[in-house]
Design a protein. Structure first.
Ligand code: F6R
Length: 261
């Protein structure tokens, strides 16, 4: 696992955007894995700017969402399928139909989860998966206790996650749906490159558990330790509880630029 610590989240976002641009340059039909929430917003701003400036094209690319709320009205602004359009994909030059996500309104939930797994496989798997981390250590919406081998399925959010996400629901944790569909931890491990972004002091304990704690379902993000190409991009505050922070800074400072992330 590579840990990259930048003084500000904006610096990390630019590095991750560089990695996406480099991927698309060598593989225009790349498959991107998109997270929602606050953590990837800096990356999305960079990608939109660079696409508008003609520095990158997503014309042949495809994208898959990590997760979706279950039980929201179809027009709800919080639905991740809508959020990702607003935050990113509507502003890119993706082809129509290039973005897929689990359907949180599906009546046949197991059938929808199987469809989504099959769609990921049919696309050849994800080349670069963006991830955030919950304060309880979740990735995707794989809450503590999630099987490290899990596939796309229905999960129940913890009270903590519903409280964290209440900011998108008028401040009311009870307005946050209880259930979600999420790629599993086993699904995530199939991506060829995992890139987790975290910023701010509130994420520092979860980041330390994920990076330096044992690999355990109790901290789902620790599953990144099993992946051959996992990159964790942190600002100083999110890295503040890492015992190895100085070593990671030194390693990054000495890394040849051509290697990228
Ligand atoms: C979102 C997702 C979640 C978030 C996590 C962090 O699609 O899968 O795992 O990445 O809850 O959320 P933010 O970035 O809003 O702090």
């Amino acid at each position: 696992m590579e840990v990259v610590i930048t003084p500000t989240a904006a610096g990390g976002a630019a590095l991750v955007a560089d990695a996406v641009v480099a991927l698309l340059a060598r593989r225009p039909a790349a498959v991107l894995g998109l997270a929602t929430g606050s953590s990837p917003l800096g990356v999305y701003r960079e990608l939109v700017e660079r696409c508008r400036a003609g520095r990158v094209s997503f014309r042949a690319a495809r994208a898959f969402l990590l997760d979706e709320y279950v039980g929201l009205p179809p027009a709800a602004p919080q639905a991740y399928a809508r959020v990702i359009r607003r935050d990113l994909t509507d502003a890119l030059d993706l082809a129509p139909g290039a973005v897929d996500g689990p359907d949180g309104a599906a009546v046949d939930v197991p059938g929808e989860c199987a469809r989504y797994e099959a769609a990921l496989a049919a696309a050849g798997g994800v080349d670069l998966q963006l991830l955030g981390i919950g304060t309880d250590g979740h990735v995707g919406f794989n809450e503590p206790g999630s099987s490290l081998a899990s596939r796309t399925r229905l999960k129940t959010l913890t009270r903590r996650t519903r409280t964290d996400n209440a900011r998108f629901f008028g401040g009311d944790p009870d307005a946050v749906p209880r259930h979600v569909l999420t790629q599993g931890l086993g699904t995530l491990l199939d991506a060829r490159h995992l890139v987790l972004l975290a910023s701010g002091e509130a994420k520092a304990a979860a980041v330390a558990a994920a990076v330096e704690g044992p690999v355990s379902a109790s901290c789902p993000a620790s599953v990144l330790q099993l992946h051959p190409h996992a990159t964790v991009v942190l600002d100083d505050a999110a890295a503040s509880r890492l015992a190895g922070a100085d070593h990671h800074r030194e390693t990054w400072a000495g890394k040849p630029a051509w290697q990228g992330l």
